[in-house]
Each structure stands twice: as structure tokens, then as C-alpha cells.
Write a protein that binds this ligand. Structure first.
Ligand SMILES: Nc1ncnc2c1ncn2[C@@H]1O[C@H](COP(=O)(O)OP(=O)(O)OP(=O)(O)O)[C@@H](O)[C@H]1O
Ligand SMILES: [Mg+2]
Length: 230
């Protein structure tokens, strides 16, 4: 029996993406397929340059695609304009990057709250949620700290809290431990798994670390433009 498609948070069907190039176009995604269910965490590994970041950019609507389907819940990105995509993205997705991308002028608490501010007025509820997330990432005593004075691991904790403040359905993490030492990387991965479970959101983790990849419900390798389950 075929599965009810509404149970998927994310569906990617026959996705194709080519970058133009001076000599010949570079085909990056060649019929890529993926489904993600609620509460599921998956990992993607693959050689440098295989297209992992491109895939995340395309499925989050930050980058266009040539053909195929990207569906968030029951909404196909093809049915939305740019404004519609960015409004839904703010509700639906949270992002964690290798390089943190915090705002240097703001303290830890303000950085977390910034993601909520982009969606509208800051309410007492949102401040409570920011405080809750700050505590969840164990940085309650660093709230007023300039992010420039935080360690790499602490900066990534702020970014994790920021990714979760709007209660997204899916977290996309692109090599979130790429800039961290081994011990801190282990702590951050554990935190990402725990906090996404606590927040009941799904996770797509791109990593070069095979140990981390093995820890997810499903593991795929991006090879020659296709996601291959391993
Ligand atoms: N805007 C662009 N224009 C042209 N080519 C691009 C563009 N963005 C990415 N590429 C090319 O697409 C390929 C895939 O890049 P991508 O960054 O997605 O790889 P990746 O798997 O994330 O690699 P890494 O593991 O090093 O992060 C690379 O060959 C890259 O040069
Ligand atoms: Mg990448």
C-alpha cells in the first residue's frame, strides 16, 4: 500500500539542478529523491563538491532548480512566489551552518531572538522561548555575552538555539561541526540530536563524519547527483 503523502514533512522528487559554466553546464542534481517524515533524522555524506550544500539550498528554496518537485508538507515550492517561499521558510525550516553566521554586534540572547524578530513583533512569549532555548543549549549564564567573546562550540550553541526559536518542522544542518575540535564536535552533535528530539522536529544533517552519519535513522550518500541509501 502506498504511504499517505501527507505524513511527509518534506518530499523531493526527480530534482534536477545545473549551474551554467563558461564551457559547459555543470549538472549537480540529477533526479535526486528524498522523503523526510516527522520526527525522523537523516544524514547525507558525499565527496566535497558532490552537491550537498547545493541540495540543501535548493530544498530550502534559497536556490532555484531546473525541474522536479520540492514539497514542504503539502505545499509545492512551484506553487509559491518568492515572498510566499520566504514566509513559509521562516515557519518551516531552521538552519545550522558550519560558520555559525551570528550577528557580531548582538549578544547571545539577541542573536537567538533575531530569528523571531524577522517574523514579526517580539512578544513576551518569544522572549520566553529564547530563554528556554538558551537554557536548552546550556548557555543561560552567557545571555549578555558578545558572541565575539564566545568559543566556537558556544557560538554553535547560540546558532542551534536560534535555529529552533520559531519551532520549525525541519532543521537543516550543513557540516555543523566542521570548525570544531573532536570533543566539542561530539558534544554539539549530541546536542543537535537531543534538542531536535525535544523540539519534535526532523533533522537533515550533512556531515563528513561517518560516525555521526551512522547515528541517524537513515543515511544517504550523495553520489553523481543522486541520494543513495546506505
Ligand atoms: N553558484 C554556483 N555557480 C556555479 N557552480 C557552483 C555554484 N555553487 C556551487 N557550484 C559547484 O557545484 C558543485 C557542488 O558544490 P557544493 O558546495 O554543493 O558541494 P558540497 O558537496 O557541499 O561540498 P563540500 O563538502 O566541500 O561542502 C561544486 O563543484 C561547486 O563548484
Ligand atoms: Mg558544502
Amino acid at each position: 500500500m502506498s504511504k499517505d503523502t501527507n505524513t511527509y514533512l518534506l518530499q523531493v522528487k526527480d530534482l534536477r539542478k545545473t549551474f551554467p559554466d563558461a564551457s559547459q553546464p555543470i549538472e549537480i542534481l540529477k533526479g535526486t529523491e528524498l522523503t523526510v517524515e516527522a520526527g525522523q533524522n537523516i544524514s547525507i555524506t558525499g565527496q566535497s563538491g558532490s552537491g550537498k550544500s547545493t541540495f540543501l539550498n535548493v530544498i530550502s528554496g534559497l536556490e532555484t532548480f531546473d525541474s522536479g518537485e520540492v514539497i514542504w508538507g503539502d505545499k509545492s515550492l512551484k506553487s509559491l512566489n518568492e515572498k510566499g517561499i520566504s514566509e513559509l521558510r521562516a515557519d518551516y525550516l531552521g538552519f545550522i551552518f558550519q560558520a555559525y553566521y551570528l550577528i557580531p554586534e548582538l549578544n547571545a540572547f539577541e542573536n537567538i531572538l533575531m530569528a523571531a524578530r524577522l517574523k514579526g513583533k517580539i512578544t513576551a512569549d518569544k522572549k520566553d522561548r529564547a530563554q528556554e532555548m538558551l537554557e536548552k543549549v546550556n548557555l543561560q549564564d552567557r545571555a549578555k555575552h558578545s558572541v565575539l567573546k564566545l568559543s566556537g562550540g558556544e557560538r554553535q550553541r547560540v546558532a542551534i538555539a536560534r535555529a529552533l526559536i520559531n519551532q520549525p518542522k525541519v532543521i537543516l544542518a550543513d557540516e555543523p561541526t566542521g570548525n570544531l575540535d573532536e570533543k566539542t564536535a561530539d558534544e554539539i552533535i549530541e546536542l543537535i540530536f537531543n534538542i531536535t528530539e525535544y523540539a519534535q522536529c526532523s533533522l537533515i544533517l550533512v556531515t563528513h563524519n561517518p560516525q555521526f552519519a551512522k547515528m541517524t535513522h537513515k543515511h544517504y550518500q550523495l553520489h553523481d547527483g543522486q541520494l543513495i541509501k546506505s
